[in-house]
Design a protein around this ligand. Structure first.
Ligand SMILES: [Cu+2]
Length: 282
């Protein structure tokens, strides 16, 4: 009985407050911006299982690598009314992507059986998801079926999702990685921006004890024996000046940041131009 009374008094106070707010015509208190919706992409040899449509605005892509090979999910936008058929024709030609095919990042490769993530800000339009990973055998996985159309639909309304709150900024440059502060153990949200002029990616690999970036490069070129590190993810190929985000939990150890994007001038992967960097978490 006593509790009921207290409830009635509290409820009455709310009613009164609501009535006052109405009388004074105050704007409603702003609700905190929502977290981006999470879209799960399953990758396997050699196909994606994922939704066909996502809402415009910030979207977090959660990539599950069902294996057995390495896969990522590059999100590309098709401008100028180009179709999936136009894209597949253009991808038959080596070299830089045509200007109407805009690579916006996406979750980079986790180890088979693991997951990675990326948060992107997408405008409404026609998109596709592609796997450019060419290990093993040197044939990019999109040519083996890892292509999925994606429509980004105008958001339904309501408060737009806010970007993640990053604690480390990484800038991709020709040819290297620049950090806003040293890496530490624990959970981190990375804000990744390519400052150009070329497109780059960020693949994060936890090096096995005693292994180096050169060991990773050798293994990628000839994947024999156990890998010299564990891929964690990062951001797939992204054009300059488009901010993206990913999160990862890091333990003590050595971490390789590497870019495999082919150079616009000589076609060599960017790690051959020096775009590989090791950070140690003590
Ligand atoms: Cu690069």
């Amino acid at each position: 009985m006593r509790d009921y009374v207290r409830f009635a008094v509290v409820a009455g106070a709310f009613v009164t407050a609501a009535a006052c707010a109405k009388q004074q015509d105050k704007p409603p208190a702003a609700s905190p911006p929502a977290a981006p919706p999470v879209v799960t992409i399953h990758a396997k040899d050699f196909a994606y299982t994922m939704p066909d449509t996502v809402p415009a605005g910030y979207v977090t892509f959660h990539l599950v690598n069902d294996g057995p090979d390495l896969h990522h999910a590059t999100i590309v936008r098709l401008d100028s009314g180009k179709t999936m058929a136009d894209m597949e024709a253009a991808l038959k030609h080596p070299g830089p992507l045509p200007a109407w095919l805009v690579s916006l990042g996406g979750p980079n490769a986790p180890a088979p059986g693991d997951t990675s993530n990326a948060t992107l800000n997408l405008t409404a339009g026609s998109y596709a998801v592609l796997c450019f990973v060419d290990v093993p055998g040197g044939v990019p996985h999109f040519a083996k079926g890892m292509v999925h159309p994606l429509v980004v639909a105008a958001a339904a309304g309501g408060a737009p999702a806010a970007p993640p709150t990053a604690d480390i900024a990484v800038t991709l440059v020709d040819y290297g990685f620049e950090f806003s502060k040293p890496l530490t153990a624990g959970h981190h949200v990375f804000a990744v921006t390519d400052s150009g002029p070329q497109m780059h990616e960020l693949e994060l690999v936890q090096l096995a004890p005693g292994k180096t970036g050169e060991d990773v490069v050798k293994w990628v070129q000839n994947p024999q024996g156990p890998p010299p590190g564990k891929p964690i993810g990062g951001i797939a190929g992204v054009v300059p000046h488009v901010p993206t985000y990913f999160s990862a939990d890091l333990a003590k150890g050595n971490y390789l940041f590497i870019c495999f994007v082919p150079d616009a001038k000589d076609g060599k992967p960017h790690f051959m131009h020096g775009m590989m960097h090791t950070e140690t978490i003590e």
